[in-house]
Design a protein around this ligand. Structure first.
Ligand code: PLP
Length: 360
């Protein structure tokens, strides 16, 4: 029986699944436990203190009862955090869920999703999951979005990410503004790392009726394991995204934790963001002094061009440090992406990198 269950299922699924699913692989970065994990851009300073207290004191009803269908308390807390009305907010099981729902709401299968390349790897997958043709468009020389090419695609959805994962670079706000003004369809601006940047584009929401900005509780707020993300957009767009998302996507404990962090621990988060920005500057300086050419970063990670990135990451892992390698990124080549954390972790990473470089 077990042998049957383990058999290659391809022959059975062909013809049953959407044709576009042939091109989708399960997400599988190397997540084997590692002493120092600098691979996924989460908050390495830990969990907001109010959230730890909440998780230890939650009532049984947070487990036995259904959550609110559309997380109204969380929408209010996010609205207060960003200075927008709750009707502008859609929550989800991570911002991944909101991105996926947004694509589905504003496209028909067979249409195109245009985005600058290289950017968030999941976007191509979400395109295929929704039957869309991914259209990656190279950045301009200074990592700005190619507005002419993106707008020229006339894609029903254009995806932008700033600060951009994996480069850490930001888009020129005039470019974002122009795309949000001139696009024929919806423009998603993924601001997962906005808290770490010098500024954001939230104010552009008042100038565009087609802009959807997504954010997450997974990075600066340290709640990646609870899976909470959200979008902010004009209420008529928000309503459609919410239809596409469906009810009950944020679980009760996650909603309460996110509300608690947003109301009680903003100062803690701001202090950790300041720590991250300081570590980031120091890490970049140390890398430069070693002859590396890290990209300038407005996020909580640093992208470092390095030959044979995959091999380097295996060697770093052997020394207890996990980073994320990317092979042959367009116009950049092989790189490792290092999440910024407390300086002691950065020192261990640099020491491991020195060892790896010297044994080549
Ligand atoms: C991490 C990340 C997200 C996803 O975050 P979740 O809210 O945890 O789903 C979205 N966009 C970018 C660019 C990211 O790096």
């Amino acid at each position: 029986m077990n042998v049957e269950l383990n058999a290659e299922p391809r022959a059975v699924t062909r013809g049953l699944v959407r044709a576009s699913y042939e091109a989708i692989s399960l997400y599988s970065p190397n997540r084997a436990p590692c002493r120092i994990d600098l691979s996924d851009n989460t908050n390495l300073w830990g969990v907001p203190p109010s959230v730890r207290a909440l998780l230890h004191s939650s009532a049984d009803s947070a487990v036995t009862r259904y959550p609110r269908a559309y997380a109204d308390d969380l929408k209010r807390a996010i609205g207060a955090y960003l200075g927008v009305a709750p009707e502008w907010v859609v929550t989800g099981c991570g911002s991944d869920d909101v991105l996926d729902s947004t694509l589905r709401a504003f496209t028909e299968p067979g249409e195109t999703l245009a985005y600058p390349d290289p950017s968030f790897a999941m976007v191509e997958t979400f395109a295929r999951m929704n039957g869309l043709a991914p259209l990656p468009i190279p950045f301009t020389g200074d990592f700005d979005a190619d507005a002419d090419a993106l707008l020229g695609s006339r894609a029903p959805v254009i995806y932008l990410c700033s600060p951009n994962n994996p480069t850490g670079t930001i888009l020129d706000r005039r470019t974002v503004e122009r795309i949000a003004r001139e696009a024929s369809g919806v423009v998603i601006l993924d601001e997962a790392y906005a808290e770490f940047a010098d500024g954001d584009c939230l104010d552009l929401l008042s100038k565009s009726d087609r802009l959807v900005i997504t954010r997450t509780m997974s990075k600066a707020f340290g709640l990646a394991g609870l899976r909470v993300g959200y979008s902010v957009s004009a209420p008529n767009l928000a309503k459609e995204i919410e239809k596409s998302r469906g009810p009950y996507k944020v679980n009760s404990l996650a909603e309460r934790a996110a509300v608690t962090a947003l109301t009680e621990d903003r100062a803690w988060v701001a202090a950790r963001v300041a720590d991250a920005r300081e570590s980031r500057a120091r890490l970049i300086a140390e890398l430069v002094s070693r002859g590396f050419t890290p990209l300038s970063s407005q996020a909580n990670f640093v992208l470092v061009p390095i030959p044979r990135a995959e091999l380097v990451s295996v060697c770093l892992r052997e020394r207890g440090v996990a980073v994320r390698p990317f092979v042959a990124l367009r116009d950049i080549g092989d790189v490792i992406r290092i999440t910024v954390g407390p300086w002691s972790m950065m020192e261990e990473c640099l020491t491991a990198l020195d060892e790896v470089q010297s044994c080549e």
